[in-house]
Design a protein around this ligand. Structure first.
Ligand code: PLP
Ligand code: TYF
Length: 394
């Protein structure tokens, strides 16, 4: 009976935005969900996206189904963004998916059906949806150490120890390619070399989640870790999202890219990825992929996109600096300089769940219970106000 079904818990992150919207206070700030906001506090449609949509409005001929693996021009553009133009194209199968979440689910189903008995190792902590998606795909989920006890730096020794000792050959290891969510803590270039070497020598499958390309050190620089992995490992799976770097959140645009050791193995794996897609959603939505393909096929729109994305990235860097400087002004407040070393939208602030609660109830500042803050949500005009609130609860 449906009436015997228990109520499910709300999404830990998306639920906070619902509460924020219902908060009637004039002075409030939402630092929870990971969406970019501009100085006016809105999540804008990129100008390059509007221009591409204008073009599509005039030129699009059909809304008929896309191929199971998506738009060819989109797939080609994704391959270049991820792998550069020198990687052998016949060793990388790109499948357009509904967002990065869709990519993770397709990858999970593929691993569960084609690579059993693989388990997937997730960093501790990670994006909360990772374990839900992988479990739903039927995979065993394990964790490896990532964040140090200081909650602001990588415990690399513990990470390497876990990946060496807990894994079996054939297990998959999920790595955030850049801008680790929720901590902002990424491995250095030298650490990526060691991770890649370990994955290769232990026969582990690299599963790279790449949702923030362009938000760390820049579009090309952010792909360096992934490319290091591919120098050591001849097989890998990349789950990429264009929700953030094209601002296309609700259009659901992502990709799973499978790299195999030979063109024949790549083609075979692609055939199985298509089986997974057909059983999930048949074929991907057109609009978001068309936008990305249109932008990246046009040099002027590509230039616009890169400039807009760079503006986003630099704004987040500036907000980190403003917040750190603002906290220095607060008598007795802890030092937040560690935020300057972290990458992307997120950082762990060090706020406890109780302090996060107090911040919300007393001051109208909404952060995730783990203390994660979305730096991109900070309103520049209200940095002082925010710092006073944070100092008050800490
Ligand atoms: N992976 C990480 C680390 C994320 O933060 C997100 C954010 O939403 C996703 C995957 C999913 O991306 P999408 O919103 O495109 O499904
Ligand atoms: O971590 C975040 O805030 C983003 C957005 O179930 C998000 O990745 C959060 C929760 C969720 C889906 C997306």
């Amino acid at each position: 009976r449906f009436d015997s079904i228990p109520m499910a818990a709300p999404d830990a992150i998306l639920g906070i935005s619902e509460a924020f919207a219902a908060d009637a206070r004039a002075e409030k700030m939402n630092l929870s969900v990971g969406v970019y906001k501009d100085a006016q506090g809105v999540t804008p449609v990129m100008k390059c996206v509007k221009a591409a949509e204008q073009k599509l409005l005039e030129t699009e001929q059909t809304k008929s189904y896309l191929p199971i693996d998506g738009l060819p021009d989109y797939r080609h553009a994704v391959r270049e963004m991820l792998l550069g133009d020198e990687f052998p194209a016949d060793r990388a199968a790109v499948v357009q998916t509904p967002g990065g979440t869709g990519a993770l689910r397709v990858a999970g189903d593929f691993l569960a059906t084609q690579c059993a008995p693989t388990r997937v190792f997730l960093p501790n902590p990670t994006w909360a949806n990772h374990s839900a998606i992988m479990r739903a795909a039927g995979l065993g989920v394990e964790t490896y150490s990532y964040l140090g006890a200081d909650r602001r730096s990588l415990d690399f020794e513990a990470m390497i120890a876990d990946l060496s000792e807990k894994t079996r050959p054939g297990d998959a290891v999920l790595l955030h390619a850049c801008c680790h969510n929720p901590t902002g803590v990424d491995p250095t270039a030298a650490q990526w070399q060691q991770i890649a070497n370990l994955l290769a020598t232990r026969g582990l499958i690299p599963l790279l989640d790449f949702a923030y390309q362009g938000f760390g050190d820049g579009l090309e620089a952010d792909a360096a870790g992934l490319r290091t992995v591919l120098e050591h490992c001849d097989e890998a799976i990349v789950c990429s999202s264009y929700s953030k770097n094209f601002g296309l959140y609700s259009e659901r645009v992502g990709a799973v890219t499978l790299i195999a050791g030979s063109p024949a193995a790549t083609a075979t794996a692609l055939s199985q990825l298509k089986i997974v897609v057909r059983a999930n959603y048949s074929n991907p939505p057109r609009h978001g992929g068309s936008i990305v393909a249109t932008v990246l096929a046009d040099p002027e729109l590509t230039r616009m996109w890169k400039a807009e994305l760079e503006e986003y990235r630099l704004r987040i860097t500036r907000l980190r600096e403003l917040f750190v400087a603002g906290m220095k002004e607060q008598p007795g407040a802890p030092d937040f300089s560690f935020l300057l070393n972290q990458k992307g939208m997120f950082s762990y602030s060090g706020l406890t769940a109780m302090q996060a609660d107090e911040l919300r109830t007393q001051h109208g500042v909404y952060v995730v219970g783990s203390g994660r803050i979305n730096v991109a949500g900070i309103n520049e005009q209200k940095v002082d106000w925010l710092c006073r609130a944070v100092a008050d609860v800490m």
